[in-house]
Design a protein around this ligand. Structure first.
Ligand code: SIN
Length: 526
């Protein structure tokens, strides 16, 4: 695979120096920026409008131990159980024990979590949780509240500059150290920095059916792969059981939060029968991978496109207050959820794999940190426990910022060293052909949905890999002139990693399910 996506003479590109460069402005990027010491100059890039990032779209909430009947041990065990035995236990310990502290800090920043009648934090339940511990804002608008408040704080921090419409192209390394990022900012610019933090989010756009925003094309992970960073758990793609069914696959799917089931919602097949109660001891609130697979099977059995989520047991008043976003979005589509069942289907939602990091967000490349969905800290194992992702974004990006604060190399000494780099080493000289990346994007989506989805097997994965390899071969000498072209290259790189890892994992575990391998009976709930 070619080392760089760009083809320009780096010697001639405008260079900007910064103590810290953060790529991505979801919860992980914003929280890193907030926690970087005030004397370190920090620039943070946003690829799209803030409303477009996955954090902003998050409905359910943030899982954290705040209730009397809950404990770190319960949260720890639930996370390990959902992760199907593949979580990094030390990372999970850090996540659950440091989580509540970050919630307190968010509250001190003015983030308004919903309260119960006694003015305590209201906590609900989602799939895989044995206790009520999901905190939420504005009913089902948690991500919106968090992004708005954190963005406000970041833009007012004198040492931080937030820049919109910036697309990451490549991570520049020298003698095994990350030294800068090449970005597209109305033309190429090279940001040189001893501390690069990738918080670019997930990969949902490699699938036809996803809840993810258009910008989730795995840019940071793919650029890190080209730079030689180690990745892990790339086969583990999470499908959310209940997206609102729609026929138009060109738009992202609207999520119906698991919290709807947490508040009493029931899954029914097209005949109106409940099916989860017979499949798992936790019934409709079984871990997400199990529910998604059971829905998929129901859909195949009945030869339809969806099942139903029934929350008609709740009043219109309750639903409008508790789930205003969902209520209004369904209403726009002529579904009154207080009277009608909601048609739902499983779609891609989250990526458990990513760039392997340690407990401080450090990747295998010195100077390159990764946080949020782009990182694989190991907390999610083979299947993420619902609402642990925003918590992971908070806990590990704060640790990452603190590590940078402790290590901060002076920019001056870094700059004098970096001036010795021969940038023309990076220039790719054999760029020849133009390619149709719009058609390639579509092909990748089709291949991944058909062969790399909820249920996989060797034959399909191999067939998919053959097509993706042909696509990657086209990219070898391709002239990638726009950020969209580079996104397509990134999507192909990620698709290949997912398929190769899925082929290697000859086992059904968590979100990775192969129907050509005998499945051990789903473990019983602990
Ligand atoms: C949801 O609200 O169901 C999604 C929350 C999550 O992805 O953790």
């Amino acid at each position: 695979m070619r080392r760089f996506a760009f083809h320009c003479d780096l010697e001639k590109v405008e260079k900007i120096y910064s103590d810290v460069v953060i790529v991505g402005s979801g919860i992980a990027g914003l929280y890193t920026a907030l926690n970087v010491d005030d004397h370190l100059f920090c620039v943070i890039f946003s690829k799209d409008k803030k409303e477009a990032c996955n954090t902003y779209l998050a409905q359910g909430g943030i899982a954290a131990v705040t209730q009397k009947d809950d404990s770190f041990e319960f949260h720890y065990k639930d996370t390990l159980y959902a992760g199907a035995g593949l979580c990094d236990e030390e990372a999970v310990r850090v996540l659950v024990t440091e989580g509540p502290r970050e919630i307190k800090r968010l509250i001190s920043f003015g983030i308004h979590f919903d309260m119960d009648d006694n003015c305590n934090l209201h906590a609900t339940r989602e799939g895989g949780h044995t206790r009520n511990r999901i905190l939420h804002c504005g009913g089902d608008a948690t991500g919106k509240e968090v992004v708005q408040k954190l963005t406000g704080l970041v833009v007012n921090k004198p040492n931080v500059t937030l820049k919109d419409d910036i697309c990451l192209i490549d991570i520049i390394t020298h003698r095994g150290r990350a030294e800068g990022v090449l970005v597209y900012e109305k033309g190429y610019k090279l940001y040189i920095s001893p501390n690069i933090v990738i918080c670019s989010g997930g990969i949902g756009q490699i699938y036809q059916y996803t809840t993810n925003s258009q910008s989730a094309t795995g840019d940071g992970i793919a650029a890190a792969i080209r730079a030689g960073a180690k990745c892990e758990n790339m086969e583990f793609v999470q499908f959310h059981p209940t997206a609102l069914f729609q026929t138009d696959t060109s738009q992202r799917f609207f999520l119906i939060s698991e919290a709807v089931r947490g508040e009493g919602g029931i899954l029914r097949n097209v005949k109106g029968e409940r099916f989860m109660v017979t499949q798992h001891p936790m019934g409709d609130l079984a871990p997400r991978d199990i529910v998604a697979r059971e829905i998929f099977k129901e859909i195949q059995k009945s030869n339809t496109s969806h099942v139903y989520l029934d929350i008609t047991s709740k009043s219109k008043h309750f639903l409008m207050q508790r789930f205003p976003t969902i209520y209004h979005e369904c209403k726009k589509r002529d579904i009154d959820i207080s009277k009608q069942w909601i048609p739902v289907c499983p779609v891609q939602h989250y990526f458990m794999g990513g760039v392997k990091t340690d407990l401080n967000g450090m990747s295998s490349i010195v100077g390159l940190y990764v946080c949020g969905e782009a990182a694989c800290t190991g907390v999610h194992g083979a299947n993420r426990l619902a609402s642990n992702s925003l918590l992971e974004g908070l806990v590990f990006s704060r640790r990452c910022a603190q590590h940078i604060n402790r290590q901060a190399q002076s920019l001056k000494s870094f700059v004098s060293h970096i001036n010795t780099i021969q940038y023309n080493d990076c220039t790719d000289k054999k760029i020849l052909q133009e390619i149709n990346t719009a058609a390639i994007r579509q092909k990748i989506k089709e291949v991944m949905s058909k062969y790399g989805g909820i249920i996989r097997n060797q034959k399909g994965l191999s067939a998919g890999l053959e097509i993706i390899d042909e696509i990657l071969a086209q990219f070898e000498n391709a002239y990638l002139s726009t950020p969209k072209d580079i996104e397509a290259f990134n999507m192909a790189i990620i698709a290949k990693k997912v398929l190769v890892s899925a082929l290697r994992r000859k086992q059904c575990v968590g979100a990775h399910y192969r129907d050509d391998i005998i499945q051990h009976k789903e473990e019983k709930v602990c």
